[in-house]
Write a protein that binds this ligand. Structure first.
Ligand code: TEU
Length: 573
């Protein structure tokens, strides 16, 4: 029994506002810039636009540190610009998602300013305050050993009140206390306020981290060389998570709003089904991290790890099949503002391969079951920042905090430093944050001023102007993929998923089936040719899409060219 829904059939375009388009020459992208480019977004064929945070913020973490939920950061424009953006989108039949960050606020938020002002302030309980612990020598210690995701302890000592506050991210991002009823009411009131204003839904930042084990136990010590440890088992999908998500979900449901929750460190499908199950009224879908964490080594994100094709196949099968079989739903993504560029990370970004690889990944992702998310620049095959850029070009606090900590703890370990730098070039969030490449003009047409972040050297050959309307470009290929999804909704959105050739080390192939219709999708992930035996009974007559001209097939064997990808219809499709 197929449960149809508009949000299952939709595709989403994600905007990183600082790097999208500058309209006033100050070097930062802004709302005016987004408004200028609405026709570009519409042309791609998406249905929804998600914009990363534009609220008032000191921008320590690029807006994921909100100082006022009901005000717009001057960097981006005004509330009037937001109204204009929403009406421009609605006018084109597009919906608008805000990015809602309610696990934490900025330390500049009025709520936190009040909270930290004294122990008996009415807002004290809106954040998570705990007394220090003392070691055997009587030295003051944080309440537990949890690490922050942006390096160091997850607790910051506040001298005047003699207590620590919790911050899972930067010390300027104190965690809100969801146990506090007044705080939750204030969040819900904010959600309604934006929905009443006309936004169509939310991407909910680290929403699975909002409920913490109230005894705040120490995390398991996995690496004895580290002082602080990953405590996620005590707060990722914590004790009251479903109660909170149902309160939120109830409001979203009233407005028929769209919701996608970001959920790191949980990859148990049974648990996820509780968050997105059709009858649960929590969220529509979530981002899981299985695929994008595949190449994170034992020492965390910036330690190297080779991934195997079987890892990828297992992950994709797990989510495709579990979700389809159980009434849950997938958010499909390869890139976002926290992830590097796929072509550089998992294929090749050399000028002769970049386009082929970008189109191969579009085929791989875009024909699976789920709601497709495309991150700005992905539709152009944008690449990571070049190898020769030095550390002083990086801007992201996760990368910089990590680097500073490494230089402090291992000041003379040149080898580790050099391996880590290489890893930044592969996985740093900055790889996705360089300005959007609009044209081959100065600063890639992104700004008439000085860009806040250096433009990637590739802009003269990789840019929107040279791709829109140009056959064979990644942009046009993505447009075709999204159009194909719409033409064959039943198969691509609601159809079954079956992995084909589960053992193959180079080729990722799958079959989508709905009643008598089916489509075979084949992707060569390698930078070399591969002979691949077609499954018995497959016909190559009806080619739906390919990143090469035609298929080279003889006696049931396809000579796949490097990074070749195609989809062929079977049966009555
Ligand atoms: O990200 C949270 C998250 O789990 C990670 O992706 C994290 O940012 C990091 O990359 C781990 O290595 C969300 C936002 O997407 C991110 O931009 C924010 O910095 C973070 O929350 C804090 O709000």
């Amino acid at each position: 029994q197929v449960q149809r829904a508009w949000w299952k059939e939709a595709s989403v375009y994600q905007i990183y506002p600082s790097s999208f388009k500058d309209s006033n020459g100050d070097g930062f992208g802004d709302l005016g810039g987004i408004i200028e480019k609405l026709d570009y977004i519409k042309a791609l064929g998406v249905d929804i636009v998600w914009c990363c945070p534009i609220y008032k913020s000191p921008q320590v973490d690029m807006g994921y540190d909100i100082a006022d939920y009901k005000d717009i950061d001057a960097r981006y424009g005004t509330m009037e610009d937001v109204d204009e953006l929403i009406s421009g989108l609605h006018h084109r039949g597009l919906k608008f998602l805000m990015d809602l960050v309610v696990n934490h606020t900025s330390d500049q938020h009025e709520w936190f300013q009040q909270s930290r002002s004294s122990k008996d302030n009415a807002y004290r309980d809106w954040y998570i305050w705990r007394d220090p612990k003392y070691d055997s020598q009587g030295n003051r210690q944080p309440p537990n050993n949890w690490s922050s995701y942006f390096s160091g302890s997850a607790w910051e000592y506040d001298e005047p009140s003699g207590q620590y506050y919790l911050h899972l991210f930067d010390k300027t991002q104190p965690d809100l206390n969801w146990e506090c009823d007044e705080m939750r009411s204030a969040v819900y009131e904010t959600v309604r306020w934006w929905l009443d204003k006309g936004v169509d839904g939310f991407r909910l930042d680290v929403i699975n981290l909002i409920s913490k084990d109230q005894s705040f136990p120490d995390a398991k010590v996995t690496d004895p060389n580290q002082t602080y440890h990953h405590g996620c088992e005590y707060y990722a999908n914590g004790p009251r998570i479903h109660e909170y998500l149902q309160e939120l979900g109830g409001i979203l449901d009233e407005y028929n709003a769209f919701s996608v929750g970001e959920m790191p460190w949980v990859s148990d499908p049974e648990e996820i089904l509780k968050c997105v199950g059709y009858d649960r009224k929590e969220l529509n879908m979530i981002f899981n991290f299985d695929m994008v964490d595949m190449d994170h080594g034992p020492g965390g994100k910036f330690s190297p790890k080779e991934w195997q094709m079987t890892d990828l196949k297992n992950i994709v099968s797990k989510w495709q099949n579990f979700m389809i079989g159980s009434g849950g739903w997938n958010a499909l993504y390869l890139e976002n503002h926290d992830q590097p560029r796929t072509v550089s990370r998992w294929a090749s970004d050399s000028p002769e391969h970049r386009t082929l690889a970008a189109k191969m990944f579009a085929t791989f992702l875009g024909l699976q079951s789920g709601t497709v998310f495309i991150y700005q620049g992905q539709e152009l095959g944008m690449t990571n920042i070049p190898e020769h850029w030095n550390m002083d070009e990086f801007r992201d606090l996760e990368t910089l905090n990590h680097w500073n900590e490494l230089c402090e703890i291992r000041p003379t370990d040149r080898e580790l430093q050099s391996i880590t730098k290489q890893q930044y070039h592969i996985k740093s969030r900055d790889n996705a944050r360089t300005p959007m490449q609009w044209s081959a003009d100065r600063h890639a047409g992104f700004t008439t001023g000085e860009p806040w972040f250096r433009v990637n050297d590739t802009y003269d050959s990789c840019n929107a102007e040279s791709q829109v309307g140009v056959a064979g470009s990644p942009f046009e290929y993505w447009r075709s993929i999204l159009a194909l999804r719409k033409q064959m909704l039943d198969v691509f959105v609601y159809g079954d998923f079956q992995m084909v050739d589960t053992e193959h080390e180079d080729v990722f192939a799958y079959k989508r089936t709905f009643k008598e219709q089916s489509v075979l999708v084949v992707c060569n992930f390698r930078q070399h040719g591969v002979d691949w035996k077609l499954p018995a009974g497959v016909s190559t007559k009806t080619l739906l899409i390919s990143n090469y001209d035609g298929i080279d097939v003889h006696e049931g064997v396809v000579k796949l060219r490097l990074f070749e990808a195609f989809a062929i219809a079977q049966g009555k499709a």
